[in-house]
Design a protein around this ligand. Sequence first.
Ligand code: ZN
Length: 341
Amino acid sequence: MSEAQGVMFEPLPWLDAHWQRLWQTRRDGRLGHALLLTGPSGLGKRRFADLFAAALMCRQPGDDGLPCGRCADCELLRSGNHPDLIRVSPEAESKSGEIKADAVRELCSRQTMTASRGPVSVLQIAPAEAMNAFAANSLLKTLEEPVASTLLFLISEDPARLPATVVSRCQRITMLPPPADSAVAWLSTRVQAQAQGLDLDLLLRLAHGAPLRALALADGAWLAKREQGFRQFQAIAEGREDPLAGADAWQQLDPALVLDWLAGWISDLLRIAQAGASAQLSNPDKCAELADLAQGLTPRSAHHYLQQILRSKALAASSINRQLLFESLLVQWAQLARGAH
Ligand SMILES: [Zn+2]
C-alpha cells in the first residue's frame, strides 16, 4: 500500500470534457465497474481518479458532480484518511518495482467487504502495468465477478503492457495533452515565471506537453540537473569527459529521468540530421549545441542507439545495475559521437 495522500479538490481544466462525459455516464447508470485511464505522465490521471472517487463519496456534490470539499467525507479524503478510497502502487522499497499478487489479493478481498462509511468504495491501481502476471491474474478474478458497490480505477501510461483480458473488461478513457497555449496559460497562473526567469513554452516542451509535469519541472533544481547532464553529454561526445565518470554521476539520479533526457537529445539529433535548422526540437534551448553534435553523426547508428535507450527505459524500472547500464550507454555515445560504429 502506498502511504496516505490527500485528494486534491481543484479540477484540472484540460480534463473537463472527460469529467463531464464520465459524470453523465454515471448519471445515466452506465458506469462500469472498472475504468482504465491511460495517457502520458503529467496529465493528472491519478488526480482525476481521486476527484471522481470524491464525487462518489461526497455528501453534497454539485450538479457537475464536483465534490463540495467541505463535508465530512471530503475532509477525510483531503487528509488522505478516507477508508473507502484504497490505492495500490509498487512499494517504495520494492526492488522489482512490481505490484505483487498479495497486494492485489488484499485489495480485492477488501472489495468483498462493504464500504466502511458510504455506499461506495473506490480502488485505484497505479501504474497498472506494474502488476506482475500473478497480480494481474488475481485482478482478473475480481473483474469477472464485480461488486456493485465498488469502482476500480486502473491507471496506466503504457496500457500495451497490460493483459488484453484485463483491458477488455474496463471502460477506457484516453487522456491527451491539451493545446500548448492553454497549457501555458494554466502554468502561468501557477508559476512566477518572470520572477524565476523561466520560459514556460520551453518547460512545456520539455514535459512533452503535460502541464503537471511542466509544473514539476519549474522547480529550479530539475533544470540545474538537466543543464549539468547536458554538459556531460556534450563533453563525452567531444572527448573531454570520461564516459565512466559520466555514468558515475548519472547513476545517482532518477534513471527514468536521465533516460528521458538522453532519448530527447538523441531524438533531436536525428531531427536535425533530417530537417536541418528548421527541425522542431524537444530541447529548443539546446539548438546550437545539438546542431554541433549532429555533424558527422550517422543517422542509422543514432537510430539504433535511440532504440536501445528506449529499451533501457523499461529495464530501468527493475532491479538492473544502473552503473553498468549508464556505463554501457555512455561508452556507446562516445563511440557514436566520434563516428566509430
Ligand atoms: Zn463533500
